[in-house]
Design a protein around this ligand. Structure first.
Ligand code: ADP
Ligand code: MG
Length: 694
């Protein structure tokens, strides 16, 4: 269970002073959490130096300073647009404070004539007179130390000011306990890192630009903590998984052989290689937990089917799980068509399988009358029992996190697990996301694929692009039109998509469809079906089409505001076309001027279709802070680690975690206990709870 020292950090945000209903909602949104700990991870984005406190005569123009003044005459405005002025002075000169739109007695009470005050803000000279408009601070002289010095600036959200957030942050930092060291002493020394508490406090008190860099000592240490917690959690999961005995699955190859005879193509050498790797895992008596990475169209489905057939040859059953209804049905269609030919029985189970049909299916499954069950998360509902499940395939990894993997292994079944992902991610990151798994890569596309023509065009060419779309539609082509990301807000994305839909609907009429993430599953499926098989030829979409759907007749894709998308995202989107035998074209519409990184991104995507190269480049270009929709990229998310800056730390954390597991697998040593605290600090509770109590 969570150690007591951490309790204060895991109280609700609302237990802090000044965090009422409204603020607490805003904070939750900002932090993506309702726990105090997440305030600690909300690191500053800047600082203001208020330490300069000259006499008025020495006050420089255009700089933030702190002054000690005597309040002189109040000069109320003579009309509605002019400001309220207050003359202030010290022994060396005068300064005028100005306030616009003053209500009631506010400034009178704040700055009574004849009183002394500390004021802080930006001074400007106006008609040769010094002036400060709306000082940031006006306090009584004894409170000078609250103002003088460095003020931390935090990333904000609308509705919370920096002052308010800073007060809340301070309370959180005051709650941060001293914690016993979990980092290896020699690493600590080598990196020159301070302890956790000091590093945290320093990270929240930047005094220079360098203090804001992820590369500085304080931030690096905190990033390492986060990475180590992640790696350790994965190592624990892996060990649990590998320790539980599996069964040896080694079919006679008859079904697989038959299937291969029915295929109109031969396997690529990459497919053969990964099948051999998988086969070895399955044959061994430890459970398989393997990741299969392969770009869109690299032929993972056949690999999945052949893997499942291996289990079926042994008289057992297999299951394949996809993240959405559409994807499950697509798998079902592909797989059942092939399975029927070789006498293998398939069925589909999703959230929409209900009532009598579901009952029948479940009883067939229990009796072993179904060999392959295909479906969504519904596959793992409590009442779904297999007669003898030996192989589980999970498609589209990034929606299936460590927690789910842990749940799956906790189900106590002996099944081998293969996780498939079409999101190629760089090697270092493979460790952060999938460090608990063995990895196979299909790094080769089937032969004869046509290159997709990818063009970048300024938005001003819209009219001629629409003309081009018109011509293409008249020849029976289907077209995807991807709408721009607006900001990290699905609502605004949707508004942009709806606007484009209205526009194109006026031109093309009922041929146009609209699909977006806010639609219900059934509605979405209907639209996708109309596009795949029906009368919709031009599909306006938000990024929901990124994962899944296979419509080979679609050979054109227009992506609006392509400069706002990440490289991997563009790659995933583009992967929706180029699936048939016809030449495909992808048009990247952009709004000039392009930033340098945006130019590099568009150039990269035009020049290569290799997902792994794109993923590496994507990582390099990240951190530029101008990308929208990074959440959908499928990469693991970190609060403190910056993957483009802290890449080297990932490898160290990985090694460290392995070493720890080899020496102290149950984390019972002195350091082990501190590492347990680390796991809870980063909310790896579920994993930490699986450790025997120390
Ligand atoms: P992925 O799931 O990796 O995106 P799929 O399994 O859907 O890719 O395969 C894409 C297409 O390529 C399918 O039409 C499939 O039949 C075909 N395919 C798979 N393997 C080969 C191969 N070795 N040679 C030719 N075509 C292949
Ligand atoms: Mg697939």
């Amino acid at each position: 269970m969570r150690p007591q020292v951490l309790y204060p950090l895991f109280s609700d945000l609302s237990s802090l002073k000044g965090v009422g209903g409204r603020i607490s909602k805003l904070l939750e949104k900002l932090l993506d959490s309702d726990k105090i700990a997440n305030l600690l991870w909300h690191l500053p984005s800047g600082y203001i130096d208020r330490s300069y406190s000259p006499n008025i005569i020495d006050a420089p123009d255009n700089r933030i300073i702190t002054l000690k003044v005597t309040v002189g005459k109040h000069l109320p405005p003579h009309n509605r647009t002019s400001p309220y002025r207050i003359e202030c002075y010290d022994d060396t000169g005068f300064i005028t404070l100005t306030f616009f739109k003053v209500k009631g007695d506010y400034v009178k009470n704040l700055l009574p004539e004849g009183s002394q005050r500390i004021i802080s803000g930006k001074v400007e000279s106006f008609n040769n007179k010094l002036q400060m408009s709306h000082p940031d601070y006006v306090v009584q002289t004894e409170r000078i130390n609250e103002v003088l010095g460095f003020e931390t600036i935090y990333p904000l959200t609308a509705g919370i000011s920096n002052k308010v957030l800073s007060k809340i942050q301070k309370q959180a930092l005051d709650k941060a306990p001293e914690l016993d060291e979990w980092i290896d002493a020699s690493l600590l020394k080598q990196k020159g890192w301070d302890n956790w508490h000091n590093s945290l406090i320093s990270a929240h008190e930047p005094k220079s630009e360098a203090d804001l860099s992820p590369a500085n000592k304080f931030r690096s240490r905190l990033a390492y903590d986060e990475l180590l917690a992640g790696q350790l959690a994965l190592a624990i999961v892996r060990q649990k998984y590998k320790k539980t005995k599996g069964r040896s699955i080694k079919g006679d190859g008859k079904l697989r052989h038959k299937l291969l005879e029915h295929l109109p193509f031969a396997l690529t050498s990459a497919q053969k290689r990964v099948l051999a790797e998988i086969g070895e895992d399955m044959a061994s008596e430890t459970k398989m937990l393997r990741l299969l990475q392969g770009d869109v169209g690299s032929g993972k489905t056949i690999v999945a089917l052949l893997t499942m057939l291996n289990a079926i040859e042994c008289g057992a059953q297999s299951a394949i799980m996809a993240p959405t209804d559409i994807l499950s049905r697509q798998h079902f269609e592909t797989i059942s068509t092939l399975a029927d030919k070789i006498g293998v029985r398939t069925a589909i189970l999703t959230g929409r399988t209900k009532g009598k049909k579901r009952e029948e299916l479940l009883s067939e499954l229990k009796d072993g009358k179904i060999d392959i069950l295909i479906g969504t998360h519904a596959l793992f509902q409590d009442d779904v029992t297999f007669k003898d499940l030996a192989c589980v395939i999970i498609d589209e990894q990034h929606r299936f996190g460590v927690q789910q993997r842990l749940d799956l292994s906790a189900k106590g079944n002996l099944a081998d697990v293969l996780v498939m992902t079409a999101t190629p991610i760089p090697r270092t990151l493979t460790l952060t996301a999938y460090g608990d798994m063995d990895c196979s890569r299909i790094d080769e596309l089937p032969p004869g694929r046509q290159k997709i023509d990818t063009l970048a065009m300024p938005k001003s060419k819209m009219t001629s692009i629409i003309d081009g779309v018109k011509r293409a539609l008249s020849t029976g082509t289907k077209v995807y039109w991807v709408c721009p990301l607006v900001e990290e807000s699905e609502k605004l994305d949707l508004a942009a998509a709806e606007e484009r839909y209205e526009h194109l609907h006026k031109i093309f009429g009922d041929k146009v469809g609209l699909v977006h993430g806010k639609m219900k599953g059934a509605d979405k499926d209907k639209i996708m079906e109309d596009f795949a098989f029906g009368s919709t030829d031009l599909l306006i979409a938000t990024t929901v089409i990124e994962v899944g759907v296979n419509v080979p007749q679609a050979t054109i894709m227009v992506i609006e505001h392509a400069e706002r998308f990440g490289l991997s995202q563009l790659h995933q989107l583009r992967g929706r076309i180029g699936r048939g035998s016809d030449k495909s074209t992808c048009i990247l519409l952009y709004s000039p001027p392009l930033s340098e990184t945006a130019q590099t991104r568009l150039k990269t995507i035009r020049e290569t279709e290799d997902g792994f190269i794109i993923a590496e480049e994507d990582l390099k270009l990240r951190g530029a802070g101008e990308l929208l929709g990074t959440r959908q990229s499928g990469l693991p998310e970190f609060k403190l680690a910056d993957l483009s800056m802290h890449g080297d730390l990932i490898a160290i954390a990985r090694k460290d975690a392995e070493l720890i597991m080899s020496k102290d697998a149950n984390l019972t040593s002195e350091r082990g206990k501190n590492l347990r605290t680390l796991l809870y600090l980063f909310e790896k509770d579920q994993v930490a709870n699986t450790l025997r109590s120390g």
